[in-house]
Structure formats: structure tokens, C-alpha cells
Design a protein around this ligand. Structure first.
Ligand code: APR
Length: 255
């Protein structure tokens, strides 16, 4: 794994860092990605399981699938990649995580500024009256529950195919991207829009783009640095190189 010293130099003078993350960052925690080898959408139907029409057609099936995914998420832990992203807050004035993931692992790893573009699997809401429900309430519920206020259908608070992203969150993510000095693109195939506009917004505003992925993606030819490898190995290495520099600076300032 080659990390250019030039990139470390750029990081030393950066103030604002943005991480744009996807399913690949959680792969090392044991959560399947959607595309590529072993990807969920190679074996399951996104139309059936992750669309409004799919839910209306068979709400119990979709509910069951989300309950299954929640169980997996509950049984996993944030990995080194999530933890190092949280640790970046020690070195930089501003660190924002814009994630397409719904697994809540960035929060559990300790990141403070997280913008969830596709919602969060740990929340539900009533489709009729919009009352929110935490995941705990329905932990053992096998069939889709009904709202206790209005009897409406309760669904996971995630963005399905064809649905709008939460507009305020997306607008804030675009602003943060445009304000960032360095934008890391970690573990995403970068094919799902509008989310994939985030790194493009960063680039258009002059940010340096750094991709970390086990393979090349749709965005590789637009980035300044493409680092091929696992997020849970590369991020700690970058952090280590940066921390050595900060330590030297600190030591020098003592004399
Ligand atoms: N480290 C870094 N990258 C990895 C790792 C790893 N350990 N493991 C896998 N990857 C990369 C894959 O090479 C792939 O490019 O992670 C990427 C995962 O891509 P997708 O499965 O397409 O996930 P994502 O980009 O998050 O998908 C976007 O599509 O259906 C949806 O709503 C879902 O938010 C999701 C959206």
C-alpha cells in the first residue's frame, strides 16, 4: 500500500476534511456490500426489498428483511476504518462524515458530525402520521407493525430507490463538500445518485479527492489520489503518518 508523501503534506495544511463513505467501510465489520463480489444486489432484488412499490406489495417481506439486517448490524462493531475517521477529529478543525450507510457504525465509532444521506436503519416512522419509533420497540416484531396513534404502516427510516433524499441533509452535505480541503471517498462504488454528486461538488470547489477502495470505481479517473486497499488498513496508516508529524511538531514546540 503506497501512500504518497505529497498527500500527507496536503493533509498537514488542511483544516476541513470530508469523508464520503459507502458500504465498503463496513465490509470489514462483516456487513455485506451491495455491489461487487458477494454484493447483496447480486442475489436479492432491490426492487422487491428496497423500493416503495416493493414495500406496498409485500410489507411483511420487506420488514422481515430489515429486521434481519438490523440483527446483523446489532451484532457487529465499528472497525478500524470507522474508528480512525472519528480520530481525525483530534487533528482537524472540521471533520464531516457524509455517509450513504444506514448502519449507524460511524456514530458508534464516535464521529460527531455525520450526515446520513440514506437514513438510518435504527429508526422507523409511520407512513401516515410520520411519528418516529426507535428500533428497540419492535426488536422481536416479525410482521410489519402498525402505528399506535393512527394505525398506519410503519416503515424503516431509510431512503429507497426512487425516493428523495432528505433535502436539508443533502444541501448541508453539498455545502460541507464545497468547503472541504480534502475529500476522502471511502468504500463506495460511487454509482448511486444524487449521493455520488457529493465528491463531485467537493472537486468543483477545489478540494483534493482521495479514493480508498479495494478496486477502481466510476470515480477513480476523477480523483487526485487513488489508494487501492482495505479502508481498515489504509486509514490507520494515513493517520499514523500524520500523527508522527504532529508529534514531531509538538516535541519541537517544547524547545
Ligand atoms: N475497503 C474499501 N472498500 C471496500 C472494501 C474495503 N474493505 N470492501 C468493499 N469495498 C468497496 C467495493 O469495491 C465497492 O466499490 O466498497 C464499494 C461498495 O459499493 P456498493 O456496494 O455499491 O455500496 P455503496 O456505494 O455504498 O452503494 C450506494 O446503493 O443500494 C444502495 O442504498 C444503498 O447506500 C447504498 C447505495
Amino acid at each position: 500500500m503506497e501512500i504518497s508523501s505529497d498527500l500527507i503534506e496536503k493533509l498537514k495544511s488542511a483544516n476541513s476534511i470530508l469523508f464520503f463513505t459507502g458500504a465498503g467501510i463496513s465490509a470489514e465489520s462483516g456487513i455485506d456490500t451491495f455491489r461487487g463480489k458477494g454484493g447483496l444486489w447480486n442475489k436479492m432484488s432491490a426492487q422487491e426489498l428496497a423500493s416503495f412499490d416493493g414495500f406496498m406489495k409485500n410489507p411483511n417481506l420487506v420488514w422481515e428483511w430489515y429486521q434481519y439486517r438490523r440483527k446483523i448490524v446489532r451484532e457487529t462493531e465499528p472497525n478500524a476504518g470507522h474508528k480512525i475517521i472519528a480520530a481525525f477529529e483530534k487533528h482537524f478543525d472540521e471533520v464531516t462524515v457524509v455517509t450513504q450507510n444506514v448502519d449507524n457504525l460511524h456514530k458508534r465509532a464516535g464521529s460527531s458530525n455525520i450526515l446520513e444521506l440514506h437514513g438510518n436503519i435504527e429508526r422507523n416512522f409511520c407512513m401516515n402520521c410520520k411519528t418516529f419509533y426507535g428500533v428497540e420497540k419492535f426488536i422481536e416484531t416479525e410482521e410489519v407493525p402498525k402505528c399506535e396513534k393512527c394505525d398506519g404502516l410503519i416503515r424503516p427510516d431509510v431512503v429507497w430507490f426512487g425516493e428523495m433524499l432528505p433535502q436539508e441533509i443533502f444541501a448541508k452535505a453539498e455545502r460541507k463538500a464545497a468547503d472541504s480541503d480534502i475529500c476522502f471517498i471511502v468504500g463506495t462504488s460511487a454509482v448511486v445518485y444524487p449521493a455520488a454528486y457529493i465528491p463531485i461538488s467537493a472537486k468543483e470547489a477545489g478540494a483534493t479527492l482521495v479514493e480508498i477502495n479495494i478496486e477502481s470505481t466510476e470515480i477513480t479517473n476523477q480523483v487526485d489520489y487513488s489508494i487501492i486497499g482495505k479502508a481498515g488498513e489504509i486509514l490507520p496508516r494515513i493517520f499514523e503518518l500524520l500523527s508522527t508529524y504532529v508529534l514531531v511538531l509538538h516535541t519541537l514546540s517544547l524547545f
